[in-house]
Every structure is written in C-alpha cells, then in structure tokens.
Write a protein that binds this ligand. Structure first.
Ligand code: AMP
Length: 243
C-alpha cells in the first residue's frame, strides 16, 4: 500500500511533459527555460521515487508476504464460532457465518477445495441443504460444473427420490430431483460439516439411486472424534479444517 502511494506520487513526473502552445505575450525563450526547469524537476523527482521504491523492495522479505496471508488455515479457523448447546443441550455448534462474512476466508476455503479437485473428472457438485448450498454452488462455479441441490422434504417441486437418515441431533430426510444426474456421472458431495456422516451418506444414497457415483466428499469442517469419514468409506473425504 505504502509503495503504491509513493509510486503514484512519482508517476505524473514520469509522464512526458504536456505540450501547450506558448501563450501570447510570453517571451518564447522564457517559456522554453521554464519548460526545461520543469523537466529537470520531474526527472529529479522520478529518480528519487525509483530509489525509494528500490529501497522498499530490498527491505521486504518477500513481496508475496505483503499481499498473501501466509497462514490461511489459521485465518479460516479463527472465523469458526463455537456456540455451546445449540440447537439442543450437549451440541457444540460450529457457526460458519463469520467465515461467510469474511471475503478472504471464503476465498481461502473455496480455493483450497477448487485446487484439490481442479483437473479431476467432476460432472456435478451435489450440495446439501442448507449450508452445503453456499459452499457447493460456489465450488461448482469454480470447477465449471453443474450444481445439484439435495433438499429437505417438500421443497423440490418436481419428482423426487427420498432417503431417511439419523443426525448427530435427531432424525431427518433428504430429497433430490430424479432427473438431476446423468447415469455414470462423477459427483462431488459438498456440505459445511462432517459429524457422524449420516447426512453425507444419505446424499450419496440419492446419488447412487440415479446411477451416478460419488467421486469424493468435501467439507469445510470435520469433527474427527465422530469418525464420520469411516462411514463414508471407501470414498475419499476432503475437509479444510479438523476439530
Ligand atoms: P452428520 O450427519 O452427523 O454428519 O451431521 C452433519 C450435518 O449436520 C451437516 O449438515 C451439518 O451442517 C450439521 N451439523 C452436525 N453437527 C453440527 C455441529 N456440531 N455444528 C454445526 N453443524 C452441525
């Protein structure tokens, strides 16, 4: 930032002096003397500006360090808020809204997942309602692939498949439009958090019912103690943060 400020001061001096007609009544030799003096001041300022920029560059450890957060995972981790006893006693809820409110943090998690799957064969990203929509849809756009929503019962307007499953805190059902995946499509299932794995396994069941297959599961957060990834074997599971 400081560099840019200095640079912008020096920039006008580096530009060629504007040619303007000598005003009437002004001695031509006087005008050319003042033009020469302006050019010399400009040259001097330009040289001083370049020297300042060069000194700053030598002082910096790495120019990259000035623009990139060098500990991106720590940055994201600091944006996950713990809410005890929500939505019921005994559950430590991982609130991702501070992460969504932080553009840098949101980019970091999407970049991490996009980097992991770019170049792999993914026909569709399946996002699980509702927080899986936020990350899944953005990731699908980055991977240049389709996005397919898996929703809670009664939300999808067309013909659906339905699967019942158990949560860390209760029972639930999920639905998917019947025509949303092509046979043999390679699918990435995305949600915000992996706990027991019941939700993700139910989404995988919906994918399989359409003759498609799960290439991998991707999460922002994984609660390691609940061993959800064991339930999703043999599929690869990728999580940005582990708790
Ligand atoms: P599970 O089916 O047990 O893996 O639970 C995962 C689903 O429930 C995800 O859609 C999460 O959004 C939600 N969930 C489960 N536990 C938590 C938690 N501790 N904090 C936030 N969301 C959770």
């Amino acid at each position: 930032m400081a560099n840019r400020k200095r640079g912008s001061k020096a920039a006008p001096a580096a530009m060629p002096a504007r040619r303007s007609p000598t005003p009437r009544g002004v001695d031509k030799s006087q005008a050319s003397k003042s033009k020469a003096s302006k050019e010399s001041t400009a040259r001097k300022r330009n040289t001083e500006g370049s020297a300042r920029v060069a000194r700053t560059a030598v002082r910096s450890v790495s120019p990259l360090a000035e623009v990139v957060n060098l500990d991106p995972i720590a940055h994201v981790r600091a944006l996950i808020r713990d809410i005890p006893d929500f939505p019921q006693p005994g559950i430590l809820f991982k609130d991702i809204t501070p992460l969504l409110a932080d553009p840098k943090g949101f980019h970091i998690v999407l970049d991490a997942l996009a980097h992991r799957f770019t170049g792999e064969h993914v026909d569709a990203v399946v996002g699980i309602e509702s927080r899986g929509f936020i990350f899944g849809a953005a990731l699908a756009a980055r991977l240049n692939t389709s996005f397919v929503p898996v929703r809670k019962p009664g939300k999808l307007p067309y013909r659906t498949d339905k699967v019942a499953y158990s949560l860390e805190y209760g029972e639930a059902e999920l639905e998917m439009h019947r025509d949303s995946l092509k046979e043999d499509a390679s699918v990435l299932v995305v949600d915000d958090l992996l706990a027991t794995g019941g939700t993700a396994a139910a989404a995988a069941e919906l994918v399989h019912r359409q003759g498609a297959y799960v290439a991998a599961f991707a999460f922002i957060i994984e609660l390691d103690d609940l061993a959800g990834r064991d339930r999703l074997l043999p599929h690869p599971v990728v999580s940005v943060l582990h708790y």
